[in-house]
Design a protein around this ligand. Structure first.
Ligand SMILES: C[S@@+](CC[C@H](N)C(=O)[O-])C[C@H]1O[C@@H](n2cnc3c(N)ncnc32)[C@H](O)[C@@H]1O
Length: 303
């Protein structure tokens, strides 16, 4: 028997699926479903990030801090600011505040093994006979930078002195300008650097301090390879490629199907034939694109 679909509710989605305690006037700032809807709508429009209603608590927590800083009385005033003529700067802040930037060095380490054992030897073969072999890697949605610096560590370790005669570059981009600044600086608190294997850390980083705490600084050899730029994956991409490999891990998970398809189609355009796309552990191209073939767990090859 075919079950009849439930009758559509007339209640807004946010009210149906969000714990009631998030909304209302019982907290420091009055927060209502219409505030969440406006903020979520803006984030979707600007960054392609689809915020599910259960993220209302996170939105409140991250923006309450901002309301205090701006000395605004409530979310009505904050939403009015976001809709005003001079909103550009605040909208940039909103995007920075609501992106999820979790990352680490050598995260999903099998991708870095694959880079060293499959991608680099292939690129070396492709470039055989060239006086200035060319290699282009891209970390799209690089967060604060551990991903592109891990790629650089692999590159220098695997290629050795040969790399000096290569035209090799790693592009690292993110929509969050605060993350772009952090990635450019390349200094990380020591606990965050524990994922770097000890001999690699000794070779490529120096000990330093950040806000008075022990930290590691990426060495010049790595920084020379990595160029960090702000880029919204849903807007125009100024670079021309072609790339040998693109890491876009744990980014598409925040987009809806339309956003994912748009970005993947553009990645296909940016990759050389036979180039690789690396996705995050819970992401897949299944039902999103047929321009790629699976080459390993969450690793895809451009046909
Ligand atoms: C969870 S982090 C992933 C970082 C890294 N790729 C990793 O796997 O460790 C997701 C990153 O995607 C970025 N991001 C989200 N939407 C974006 C967009 N539309 N364009 C570019 N970057 C975006 C966020 O700012 C965030 O830094």
């Amino acid at each position: 028997m075919i079950e009849r679909p439930p009758a559509p509710s007339t209640e807004p989605a946010t009210l149906r699926r969000t714990p009631a305690a998030v909304f209302g006037g019982a907290r420091e700032f009055h927060f209502e479903p219409q505030h969440f809807d406006l903020i979520a709508g803006l984030l979707y429009q600007l960054a392609g990030i689809a915020l599910a209603p259960h993220k209302a608590e996170m939105v409140y927590a991250r923006l309450a801090r901002r309301l205090r800083e701006l000395r605004l009385p409530d979310f009505d005033a904050y939403c009015a600011l976001l809709q005003s003529d001079g909103a550009a700067e605040e909208i940039g802040f909103l995007v920075n505040a609501l992106t999820t930037n979790l990352t680490s060095f050598y995260r999903e380490s099998h991708h870095f093994d694959f880079l060293a054992s499959n991608v680099l030897p292939e690129v070396r073969d492709l470039n055989a006979g060239r006086s200035k072999p060319r290699l282009r890697l891209w970390s799209a949605g690089c967060s604060s930078g551990p991903e592109p610096y891990s790629m650089a560590m692999v590159l220098v370790s695997a290629m050795g002195p040969e790399l000096r005669r290569w035209d090799a570059r790693i592009l690292a981009t993110d929509i969050d300008t605060h993350m772009v600044d952090t990635a450019r600086r390349g200094i990380y608190p020591l606990p965050g650097a524990t994922g770097i294997p000890a001999p690699i850390r000794q070779r490529f980083t120096t000990d330093t301090r950040l806000d008075g705490e022990p930290a590691v600084a990426m060495g010049e050899e790595l920084k020379r390879l990595v160029t960090v730029k702000p880029l919204n994956l849903l807007e125009h991409w100024p670079m021309s490629g072609p790339f040998d490999a693109i890491f876009c891990r744990n980014v598409l998970i925040y987009f809806d199907r339309r956003g994912r398809m748009q970005v993947i189609e553009n990645f296909a355009r940016m990759l050389r034939h036979g180039g690789y796309l690396f996705l995050g552990h819970s992401e897949s191209l299944y039902g999103v694109s047929n321009l790629f073939r699976q080459a390993g767990p969450t690793i895809y090859r451009r046909d």
